[in-house]
Design a protein around this ligand. Structure first.
Ligand code: SF4
Length: 433
């Protein structure tokens, strides 16, 4: 017999308005699961008192040091009995999703069944901020059972605590024409190589890898990861003239000028007379069929993706594809939110050797972080403290002018050893040639 629903006037407010509400979902689950009835009671109390009533603890599964987020209620009566006993233990299992987050519908059904049959609350977040499949609401006694069931299906725990965290790659080449490298492969290689740091937390703080196939950066790698690998290209934007003309026919000159040409941040796109321009090593041209042509000066393109997004299929990433690597993105913490800083402006990512280089770099960056970061300090904060130049030197990465867009305004670089840096850069270019 299901528990009687608790009055939740504050939560009910969240069902008003045009958007679907999580409260409606909770109520649906609560019809069949007493844990959700008590969870709503606890949450309603929090809304009334404007205070959270969860505390952490230590809960895990055999062989793993992380991956479970323990939550115990603090709402107790005078005899220390929980006010909402069914939700007194409400732990979360972080499960690592497949690269690119591809599932079959059968697998999704199987996951839902497994969660309900092993004592779960029924609540699943696809996917949490770190990319995990979050199975939320499990009692201590059921944690091992639930994990074993998911493990039998081929899933592994993700990261929690001061550890390598669950990774994310965008949907990528499987469904997106902008993809510039095999994101899923890169994710699997890097994560499999560093899995020990995910399951046995031993780092100063959390560390995240994320992989986006193009500069649209659909997994927000630049803001949300300590090491972001983002696809890019270094030759000309490719043009499919017929599709550019289709866009032009459907939208007209006004949209082309206002939505494409004038939105280019570096004014790399211009409208010219078709007979006055030819495509070259650095210039892409799309004739519009009315005597005009769209002309892209690729040397000035900063790969912002705007024109490619507005004319999908008509303008596409170039053929010489690879990745840019950035480090130090993170949320607020000690020094405010930071975006990743470029440390490798361009690197090919096609052959097995290329992927191995990425793998090696990722391990070196984790090792450097493990040895040099202070407790509770993210990579971005460590770099801010020790200086980017020292970080690059520690990793033996040559300083490259392409790392920064405004060298004179960038506080990371000092001018007093500039000549020396220029010499180093010239040597690096010669050895790379
Ligand atoms: Fe301009 Fe390049 Fe952005 Fe296109 S991708 S709008 S050419 S900067």
């Amino acid at each position: 017999m299901a528990k009687q629903m608790i009055d939740t006037p504050n939560l009910d407010e969240l069902e008003k308005g045009p958007w679907p509400s999580f409260v409606t979902g909770f109520k649906r689950l609560a019809k069949e699961n007493d844990m959700m009835v008590d969870l709503m009671g606890q949450l309603e109390t929090s809304y009334q008192h404007m205070k959270g009533y969860w505390k952490g603890g230590t809960v895990g599964v055999f062989g793993y040091g992380g991956g479970i987020i323990p939550r115990f209620t603090e709402l107790k009566d005078e005899n220390h009995k929980p006010l909402f006993p069914e939700a007194a233990e409400f732990h979360t299992l972080r499960i690592m999703p497949p690269a690119g987050m591809h599932y079959t519908s059968n697998l999704l059904r199987e996951m839902c069944d497994a969660w309900m049959e092993t004592g779960g609350s029924g609540m699943i977040a696809f996917h949490g901020q770190s990319g995990d499949i979050m199975l939320q609401g499990c009692k201590t006694e059921d944690v091992q059972k639930a994990f074993d069931r998911f493990n039998d299906m081929g899933f592994d725990l993700g990261g929690a605590g001061p550890a390598l965290r669950t990774s994310m790659s965008c949907v990528g080449a499987a469904r997106c024409e902008m993809s510039c490298f095999d994101e899923a492969k890169a994710l699997r290689i890097v994560i499999n190589n560093n899995i020990d740091d995910m399951h046995r937390p031993s780092l100063p703080y959390k560390f995240k890898f994320k992989f986006s196939g193009c500069p649209n950066d659909c997994v927000n790698a630049i803001q949300r990861s300590d090491m972001a690998t983002i696809g890019t290209w270094r030759d000309n934007i490719r043009v499919n003239e017929a599709q550019v003309q289709d866009y032009y026919k459907a939208h007209g000159m006004s949209d082309l000028v206002n939505d494409v040409i004038s939105k280019c941040p570096t004014k790399a796109i211009t409208l010219v007379a078709a007979d006055k321009v030819v495509a070259s090593d650095t210039v892409s041209v799309a004739k519009l069929g009315d005597g005009n042509a769209l002309c892209i000066d690729n040397k000035n393109c900063v790969r912002c993706m705007h024109c490619l997004n507005v004319i999908p299929g008509g303008l596409l990433p170039g053929n010489d594809k690879g990745v840019t690597i950035l480090v130090g993105g993170k949320s607020v913490l000690k020094i405010g939110a930071t975006m990743g800083t470029v440390v490798i402006p361009f690197m090919k990512m096609e052959s097995d050797e290329d992927f191995e280089k990425l793998n090696e770099l990722s391990r070196n960056i984790i090792d450097f972080f493990a040895e040099n970061a202070l407790e509770h300090e993210r990579t971005g904060e460590m770099i801010e403290r020790i200086g980017l130049a020292n970080f690059l030197e520690g990793l033996d990465i040559p300083v490259d002018p392409n790392m920064i867009s405004q060298p004179r305004a960038n506080p990371y670089f000092r001018g007093d050893d500039w000549d020396e840096q220029v010499e180093k850069w010239n040597e690096h270019k010669q050895s790379a040639a």
